[in-house]
Each structure stands twice: as structure tokens, then as C-alpha cells.
Design a protein around this ligand. Structure first.
Ligand code: NAD
Length: 245
């Protein structure tokens, strides 16, 4: 479904991002994964190699625009074009507002929102030059309902939806589609790090009766990245088993 496409996936070292790397590679894309640290990027690319998947890895500071711009230029030199960007790296929060420091709030915004701005700004000129592209963002079901603690996380995902909807309109004349996937609770390290007392009751309320798997989300990204979604832009696609909390 993605033959001859070049895709960058941030947060590609584990969880939803790593499964998206696999899924895109299985569908013939050339995949470049971004992670936060050299060790985790090397671990992920080695693991993929054992599965016969070649993926190049980088670990830029996603808040340093110049660093990103240089890496994107390097990627263009090697691959000639960038067709798909998946802005997936993200961190969550679950503390009450009185226990959250302004630095913690800023850290979430920096990765979940500002990094998307930086990555998108860096690839957009090349997509325009190439007369098209696909930008996909990882939102969350909390971008629709909020959550009862850790307000910075849903606030950041509301911003992701805002960027998605606005950029879809700005970039549509250049044949660049911009969509987001809003996962429900998905089985990754992010959820493993949250208290069981918080997660288990939530899983019980999911109408489809199970937690989401990274593959469920990766498949949604695959569809939106492919030409099957050629007339879809500005959408926030919920992939959450009809969870409504
Ligand atoms: P994860 O913790 O398994 O993976 C997070 C990824 O982000 C990793 O690859 C990590 O390298 C990267 N990352 C973390 N900090 C970084 C930093 N400072 N710089 C660069 N990269 C960094 O989590 P996941 O569940 O796979 O989350 C992926 C995305 O899905 C996030 O945007 C998250 O908000 C979203 N999401 C997850 C769930 C869920 O239930 N797991 C639900 C809704 C949305």
C-alpha cells in the first residue's frame, strides 16, 4: 500500500510508533524512525533487522528546529523525497493540578505540541516541492473528553487536533493531507506506567471489551497514509473500541 513512499515516524522505538514502523515497512515504505536516545534507537533498529526490516534511525531533540532541519536535509539527500510524516512521539501525565509543576506542564507541551510544529514545518517545503504528502498526528481519546487528572496531556492533544484541522486547510491546495488518529487505551509502556487502579476500571467500560493493541492504531495510520484515504483530510479518527470516557 505504500510502495516507493518514504516515511518518517517519530517515537518509533516502541509502542504505537514501532508497530507503525513495522506496518509501513511490511507495506513497502522506506521507513526512518526517530527516538529520544541513541541506545533506544539502536535497540529498535537492531530488533527490526532481526525481523528483516531495514529502518534508519535518528535521535534529534525535537524541540531544536535547526537540528531537525539538518536531519531532514540529510534524509532528502539520501532518499530524494519525504512522502509521509507521522508525528507520534508523546508523553502523558496523570497528576492533579496542585501537584504539577509548570516545568512538567511545559515538558508535555514541548513534546506533544511544539515538536509537531517543528517536524511539520521542516518537511512541508519538500512535500510542496514534491506536489503532495501525508502528515499524520497521534492524538488521543482524551482530546475529545479530557481526563480527570493530568490536564496538560488532554490540553496538548486538543492542540494536536487544532494543528491537524488548521494545517489540513492550509496545506490542502498543495495536495498535502493532514489527519490524526485518536487512540483509546492501548497496550504500550505508556499505559504500563500508569496506576493499575486507574487503568483497569477504564478497560472494563470499553464496549468492544478489550484494550487496544498497537497494531490497531498502526493499521489506522496505514489506511490514512495510503491512497485509499486520498479524499480524507482534517479528520481525527477515533480508534478506541467506542470508549467514551
Ligand atoms: P510509548 O511510551 O510506548 O512510546 C513513546 C514514544 O515517544 C517512544 O518511542 C519514545 O522514544 C518517544 N519519546 C518519548 N519522549 C521523547 C522525547 N523527549 N523526544 C523524542 N521522542 C520521545 O507510548 P505509546 O503509547 O506508544 O505512545 C505513542 C503516542 O500515542 C503518544 O503520542 C501518546 O500520547 C499516544 N497515545 C497513546 C495511548 C495509549 O494508551 N498508549 C492512548 C492515546 C494516545
Amino acid at each position: 500500500m505504500l510502495e516507493n513512499k518514504v516515511a518518517i515516524i517519530t517515537g518509533g522505538t516502541r509502542g504505537i510508533g514501532l508497530e507503525t514502523v513495522r506496518t509501513f515497512a511490511e507495506n513497502k515504505a522506506k521507513v526512518i524512525l526517530f527516538g529520544s536516545r541513541k541506545e533506544t534507537v539502536e535497540e529498535a533498529t537492531e530488533k527490526l533487522k532481526e525481523e528483516n526490516i531495514e529502518a534508519k534511525g535518528y535521535y534529534p531533540n525535537l524541540n531544536d528546529y535547526n537540528e531537525i532541519e539538518n536531519i531532514v536535509e540529510e534524509i532528502i539527500k539520501e532518499y530524494k523525497h519525504i512522502d509521509i510524516l507521522v508525528n507520534n512521539a508523546g508523553i502523558s501525565a496523570n497528576k492533579k493540578i496542585e501537584d504539577t509543576t509548570s516545568e512538567e506542564f511545559e515538558k508535555i507541551m514541548n513534546l506533544n505540541v511544539n515538536a509537531i510544529f517543528n517536524m511539520t514545518k521542516a518537511v512541508t517545503p519538500y512535500m510542496k516541492e514534491n506536489k503532495g504528502g501525508v502528515i499524520l498526528n497521534t492524538s488521543s481519546m482524551v482530546s475529545i473528553y479530557g481526563q480527570p487528572s493530568g490536564a496538560g496531556y488532554p490540553a496538548s492533544k486538543f492542540a494536536v487536533n487544532g494543528l491537524t484541522k488548521s494545517l489540513s486547510r492550509e496545506l490542502a491546495p498543495f495536495n498535502i493531507r493532514v489527519n490524526a488518529v485518536a487512540p483509546g487505551i492501548t497496550k504500550t509502556d505508556m499505559v504500563a506506567s500508569l496506576p493499575k487502579e486507574m487503568i483497569e476500571p477504564l478497560i472494563k467500560t470499553i464496549p468492544l471489551g478489550r484494550i487496544g493493541e498497537p497494531k490497531d492504531i498502526a493499521n489506522a495510520f496505514l489506511f490514512l497514509a495510503s491512497d485509499l484515504a486520498s479524499y480524507i483530510t482534517g479528520e481525527i479518527l477515533s480508534v478506541d473500541g467506542a470508549a467514551r470516557s
